[in-house]
Design a binder for this molecule. Structure first.
Ligand SMILES: Cc1ncc(COP(=O)(O)O)c(C=O)c1O
Length: 390
């Protein structure tokens, strides 16, 4: 079914699941113990799982649908998006190795590099979020074993040239792991661009309803796949059957939600960009964004998350804005059906360089509400901002 669109394939995998009378969705199979009538077959894994730590029903279907979406030989599920990044790094790095990554890395991933891997003899080096391919490749040393790509980066959404980096890394014997949560497996296919491991927080767009945490890892190279599978086995990760079922349900409507939210996000971004209170909207699909050319070249869609750099301001003004909006939930995460807003200063503080933002930074996630009503709500928020500033 490779000639079909993701939109069709993600649904066709439901109507063609098995034969005979069956549900469109699999049953939720809750089991630690799996009984077997044949004592000789108790350990026989060729006939399917022998214990509940292996993926059952919905998780198996989700894995194969995600592998197909990523164009990967295999995909694995882990209990969070963060674990989807930490597992391949654990699998691929050894004491003495170095991992190179962006300074705009998702904060908890950076913490994992510094604390967990740091205690185990792996060093992390960070490149500027907007570094060129040449600059990033020049930072590769003989100890660099993995380039961890997050593009667009967290909070400020800088992009790097992934195909060129993947090629350069391959030539140097460096593996590439990409946090592809922004593309949700849809708008950019890392493996097709030479990346070794694509991961995403299923928590975000795939689940789509802000009601579960899960991560997915996809890869094709047999040696890389073996290391990842063994690491998951060694660490004992497994996802809940209920969560796998919900994520599989989310996957069916992923392309429509993702596209609709991106449409609204662009409308909101354009409106915000024209406001006098706003210095810059950080959103690669926005024409005029320094990342726009790279995004247009490589992506066929977009996430619905914006960084909004205000003209100066104060924490009090930001809080007034956030208290005034009625449609945006104040809370973390993104990719769900609902609009959200956070005030992002904590993660910026990690960064090596001075954040040259010059103003308060809001992170806005656009959901499935009517975009005109979201814009009216933001106008209400900006009025509250002005009341504090003036
Ligand atoms: C880019 C990125 N990667 C990974 C994660 C982690 O996902 P989870 O919340 O499922 O651990 C997040 C969460 O915000 C994220 O923004």
């Amino acid at each position: 079914m490779t000639d079909r669109s993701d939109r069709t394939r993600l649904i066709a995998s439901a109507t063609r699941r098995g034969r005979g009378r069956r549900g469109v969705s699999p049953p939720i199979e809750r089991a630690s113990t799996l009984l077997n009538d044949d004592p000789a077959a108790l350990r026989d894994e060729s006939a399917g799982p022998v214990y509940g730590i292996e993926d059952l029903g919905a998780a198996r279907e989700l894995r194969s649908a995600l592998a197909e979406l990523e164009g990967a030989k295999d995909a694995w599920l882990v209990p969070s998006g963060l674990a989807a990044v930490t597992v391949p790094l654990t699998a691929l790095l050894r004491p003495g190795d170095e991992v190179l990554t962006t300074d705009a890395l998702y904060g908890p991933t950076r913490r994992f590099l510094k604390r967990h891997l740091g205690h185990r003899g792996v060093t992390a080096t960070f490149h500027a979020p907007d570094a060129s391919t040449d600059q990033i490749l020049a930072a590769v040393t003989e100890r660099t074993k993995v380039l961890l790509i997050e593009s667009p980066g967290s909070l400020t959404f800088e992009m790097v040239d992934v195909p060129a980096l993947a090629e350069g890394c391959r030539a140097r014997g460096v593996l590439t792991v990409m946090d592809n949560t922004w593309a949700a497996g849809l708008s950019f296919k890392p493996l097709a661009h030479g990346v070794d491991v694509s991961v995403q927080a299923v928590t975000k767009y795939v689940a789509g309803h802000s009601d579960l945490l899960m991560g997915a890892i996809a890869a094709s190279d047999p040696a890389v796949c073996k290391r990842i599978a063994e690491t998951i086995e060694d660490l004992g990760w497994r996802v809940s059957p209920d969560d796998a079922w919900l994520a599989l349900r989310g996957l069916r409507t992923l392309p429509l939600r993702y596209a609709e939210q991106a449409r609204s996000a662009l409308a909101v971004a354009e409106w915000l960009q024209a406001r006098e209170e706003v210095a810059e909207v950080l959103y690669p699909p926005l024409p005029g964004s320094p990342m726009h050319a790279l995004w247009s070249r490589d992506y066929v869609g977009a996430a619905s998350i914006l960084g909004v750099v205000m003209k100066g301001g104060s924490e009090a003004a930001t809080h007034a804005l956030m208290a005034a909006v009625e449609l945006f939930g104040l809370g973390y995460s993104w990719g769900g059906f609902e609009s959200l807003m956070t005030h992002e200063t904590g993660q910026m503080a990690y960064r090596r360089g001075e954040p040259a933002l010059g103003g308060e930074l809001l992170r806005i996630h656009i959901g499935l509400e009517d975009p005109a009503e979201l814009i009216a709500d933001l106008a209400r928020g900006l009025a509250a901002w002005r009341a504090v500033i003036r």
